[in-house]
Design a protein around this ligand. Sequence first.
Ligand SMILES: Nc1ncnc2c1ncn2[C@@H]1O[C@H](COP(=O)(O)OP(=O)(O)OP(=O)(O)O)[C@@H](O)[C@H]1O
Length: 264
Amino acid sequence: MTLTDLTDAPVRLSVSGLAKSYDTKRGAVPVIADLTFDVRVAEIACIVGPSGIGKTTLLKCLTGLQSITSGSARIDGTLIDGPPEEMALVFQEYTRSLMPWLTVEKNVRLPLRHLRLPAAEREERISSALEAVGLTGAESKYPWQLSGGMQQRVAIARAIAYRPEVLVMDEPFASVDAQTRFELEDLCLRIRAQFGMTIVIVTHDIDEAVYLSDRVIVLGERPARVTRIIDIDFGGPRDQLTTRARPEFAELRTEIFELIRKAG
Ligand SMILES: Nc1ncnc2c1ncn2[C@@H]1O[C@H](COP(=O)(O)OP(=O)(O)OP(=O)(O)O)[C@@H](O)[C@H]1O
């Protein structure tokens, strides 16, 4: 499969009629009413919507950290009813997700302890993950010796060393400066190309969603429903300057902005 024919790729993540209520002292509070969408193998899907609509709640349901009230989420056809082995999660708060007392290399090594890998493969995964994120040579540094962007690269390296089928990211670039954000977005595109991972990202940044996505899933209404699913095809490799300068880019941005504004 090439990255130009993703529409023919099999469905990896399938969400069907997913609803979620939180049990509170005042009773069950519905947050998500009804979400249905698919994400195919090696696609990048961004989830956008107004603040408080339930984006993080959706990611928690997909990663098995929260139970689903009704409906279902499946990965390769298997029902998600706990944290799936095939998934890895990257949070916005890299400072809280990395272990400050462990070196970069040991942070990346951590989740591999649970996989019974031959030693050579384990070492290869660690070094290729660090290489993929441009951190070769920083193995013995501690997270607190690195910039925010580099720390988020470590968190991403840790996720990709695990080689998940689906990489889930919750506002992963919200805490870094604009230049680093562009670099990390391009890193995402490279990871998808190199490892064929399916990537699901929650973002508040509409431009980021348009730049990265094969499909943008717009949430609206309260409790949340899918307002629209927008397929994005720029017909070739993406580039921060030329892709963002295209007229279709501006049209898509405006369309999504309007949808979110109406939904908010
Ligand atoms: N554990 C919980 N118990 C009860 N209500 C919760 C819980 N977690 C989240 N909520 C509520 O669910 C709603 C959706 O929250 P969520 O964080 O999923 O939205 P979001 O779209 O990710 O928000 P933002 O864009 O601001 O990050 C909010 O009203 C929130 O207060």
